[in-house]
Each structure stands twice: as C-alpha cells, then as structure tokens.
Design a binder for this molecule. Structure first.
Ligand code: GLN
Length: 310
C-alpha cells in the first residue's frame, strides 16, 4: 500500500504541470459537433483511494461528456440483469485492434462484436438493456447518481442530440448487426439510449467515485449494496486491460499498466484493484481517440508511484 501513502494534491498538481504542454498536441473530437466546442486547455485529475481519501488537481470538478466511459456502466447494468453466458454469446471478449467505430470485423464475424467496449459491442449491450429494463435511460441516471452520491448528475441533451444528428456510422453498425439477427429492438430507440449514456456529463471527482466499485471487488463507496460480484468485477477489469483503450490498449498497458476506459470527450478512468480509482480529463485526443495529455498524466502517476499492476 506504499503507493497510496505517497499521493498528495501537490503531486497531482506537479503531474498536471508536466503534461500541460501536451494538451495542445492532441486533437479535440469534432465528428460530434457539440464536442468540438469544448475548451481544449482543460486539464483535471482526481484520485480516490481504497480508504475513501480523495485527491484532486486542475479542472477536477468541471463536468464533461464521458462518452465511451459509459460503456463500462452499460456493461455493468447488463451484468445485473443477465446471466453470464447470455451476455457473452452476443458479444465477444477479445481486443479488436481496430478503431472504436470500425465495421470491418462485424461483417467477417457475422454481427458479433469483438468486445463490449467498442461501439458495436456497446450497442448490443444497450439493445439488451432495452429488452430487460422498462426505462433504461432513467435507470442509468439512478445508478450513476447513487454510485457518486450526487443527485445532480444528468445527460447533456445538446450533446446527445448532436450525436443523433450525426449518427450514420453508429446506425450502420446497429443495422448490420440487426441483419445478422444480433439486435432485438428498434434501432433508433437503442441509438437514442446509447447516445444519452455517452452524453452523461460528469467531472473527474465524480468519475473516480463512480468507478470505485471496480477497485473494491464490486462494492461502491459508502454502504450502498454491491454493484457486481467479485467474479464479475474481475471480468470487467480484465476486459478493460485488453480492450478499454481500443487499438491503443497494448501501448497503454505498456506505458501505464492499469485497467482503464477512455472516451472521446477526453476522459479516462483507471482502476488499480484493491487500491484506487483515478480519473483524468484533457480533451485533445491521440490517433486512437484516447486523451493524449490524460494518458501522459496517468503514465507519470504510474511511474512516480510504481503502481502499474504489472
Ligand atoms: N459516442 C461516441 C461514438 O459513438 C463514443 C466514442 C468514444 O468515446 N470513443 O462515436
């Protein structure tokens, strides 16, 4: 536990100071027009340790669009509603090695997405939630608000609308899966749910709290009931290592060494099982769609504290 003892707000400030020059080297996502309006200089980090201590620096309390980070939450919700084999017969567990919104493997693999953290996989998971939940958007809000202890968390409806207006690629993915029989519900309805999940607006501090259950064997912060079993939590963290950073997962494991999930809003959440959750945010992205300065901040954090899980 020595790594935990060395964390301080001053250390986080120093890490942000070192990576700040990189914020301008990344490219803010603009294929969803509402995301292009984000301030590219934003930079924040929050760390929540196993004993509930919170550390933060920079814009750690500013909310942003969590985008694909929500794919972890939708999988978690599905795990609470479906048997293990029901999920994994519809979506795989292998890294894709392809961009997050790619269609090529879907055609070759007869509509079964490689994993739940690429767009195709998350769309199948949202389709499953549509089948078993009466109000999937409302249910997600309830879960996230409870995990964070923050009732004001909501969807950014402007972002959700903007993505729906530019949804050709995600719609193509969903329709292709439907053509193979791996999609049960109305495509536009599921797309709307998926875009709302992506448009959840949260800060680094809220994200660090939200994903605490992944560092704590399925148990959230405080005395809320377990989100996942120990087995399910281990499975999610394994998938995060292999697929959470898309075609950058290998490089990320090499440099940072933590289960993690990124979003094109520039956020990344990282988990050190048994020890802590870390959330970073910087909107400029690298070629894989992962936050450039955010990855560098996690790399420095990992090196300084010697806390790569490898
Ligand atoms: N909403 C985005 C999309 O579907 C999410 C992608 C991401 O964050 N990588 O394209």
């Amino acid at each position: 536990m020595s790594a935990v003892a060395e964390i301080s707000n001053a250390l986080l400030e120093e890490i942000l100071h070192q990576v700040r020059p990189l914020t301008r080297q990344g490219k803010v996502a603009d294929y969803i027009p509402a995301l292009a309006q984000v301030e590219p200089d934003a930079l924040g980090i929050a760390v929540l340790t196993h004993d509930g201590a919170l550390y933060q620096a920079g814009d750690a309390n500013e909310r942003f669009s969590i985008q694909s980070i929500s794919k972890v939450l939708s999988l978690t919700l599905a795990q609470t509603r479906y048997q293990e084999q029901e999920i994994w017969q519809r979506v795989g567990k292998e890294p894709s090695g392809q961009p997050f919104n790619s269609l090529v493997q879907l055609e070759l693999e007869r509509g079964k997405p490689r994993n739940p953290f690429i767009n195709a996989g998350a769309l199948v998971i949202c389709d499953m939630l549509e089948t078993r939940l009466t109000a999937p958007r409302q249910r997600m809000l309830e879960v996230v608000r409870q995990l964070c202890g923050e009732p004001s968390i909501n969807y950014d409806r402007h972002v959700a609308r903007s993505e729906f207006d530019h949804s050709a690629r995600n719609a193509a993915i969903a329709w292709l899966m439907k053509s193979f029989g791996n999609f049960e519900n109305d495509v536009p309805t599921v797309l709307q749910t998926y875009f709302h999940y992506c448009a959840l607006s949260m800060s680094c501090v809220e994200l660090a709290r939200c994903f605490f259950y992944l560092a704590n064997q399925g148990r959230p912060l405080g005395d809320a009931p377990s989100m996942l079993t120990v087995r399910q939590t281990r499975q999610v963290n394994a998938l995060l290592i292999t697929s959470g950073m898309y075609d950058g997962a290998g490089e990320f494991a090499w440099r940072v060494g933590m289960p993690a999930k990124s979003g094109v809003g520039g956020g990344i959440i990282a988990v050190i099982p048994g020890k802590m959750t870390i959330a970073v945010w910087s909107p400029g992205l690298d070629a894989s769609g992962n936050s450039l300065a955010g990855t560098a901040a996690l790399e420095l954090f990992s090196e300084r504290l010697g806390c790569s899980i490898f």
